[in-house]
Design a protein around this ligand. Structure first.
Ligand code: SF4
Ligand code: SF4
Length: 180
């Protein structure tokens, strides 16, 4: 029987910036859903999506919290939209040491969008009544997990137990004995 290919589910939220009106319902529901206990508060600073707002230009850009990074990056992005230059990092998804965005306000712990794990559809998508947010799921072939060779696993276990220097000494000694 042919071996079944492993697949993974890729989840995407498509953001249509032209449709977003900056109502911030997405921020509200996200922060409420992630409050402890659930729905006990709705502080947007706890939201995993933040809407960058420019009302005078009628520009609203929802940005989703991505990975935590322990160090500021040295290469930065600057966006110019409709002739206006936005500050560095304005649309970055990372929770990083250079700003307070995407950090839990009390503890400072990083926030990351979890796609409302367990819900049939992300709540920010459900609450966006103008359809600026659309949820899509697709199956993709997963990379086969690369299995370490037995010898690697064995050496790693020995290195953990005795330290790499001792292992190298032992290998040198054994190889010398073989030659003698
Ligand atoms: S709920 Fe929709 S329209 Fe409102 S700010 Fe969020 S993305 Fe924009
Ligand atoms: S998908 Fe869920 S966790 Fe992510 S921003 Fe939307 S409401 Fe928050």
């Amino acid at each position: 029987m042919p071996e079944e290919k492993k697949t993974k589910t890729v989840k995407t939220i498509k953001v249509d910036v032209d449709k977003c009106n900056g109502c911030r319902a997405c921020e509200m529901i996200c922060s409420a859903y992630h409050a402890a206990p659930k729905y006990s508060g709705n502080n947007p600073e706890r939201s995993r999506v933040r809407v960058i707002r420019e009302p005078l230009r009628d520009l609203y850009v929802p940005v989703y919290a991505g990975e935590y990074t322990p160090a500021e990056c040295l290469g930065r992005d600057k966006y110019v939209i409709d002739g206006k230059e936005y500050e560095e990092c304005a649309f970055c998804r990372a929770s990083c040491p250079s700003r307070d965005l995407f950090k839990e306000p009390d503890s400072g712990l990083p926030l990351k969008c979890d796609m409302c794990e367990g819900e049939d559809e992300p709540l920010c998508v459900k609450w966006c009544i103008v359809d600026a947010l659309t949820y899509e799921e697709r199956e993709e072939e997963a990379e086969e997990d690369e299995k370490p060779e037995d010898i690697d696993v064995g050496i790693e276990a020995l290195a953990d137990k005795y330290g790499m220097d001792k292992i190298m000494d032992a290998v040198a000694r054994m190889s010398q004995q073989k030659k003698d």
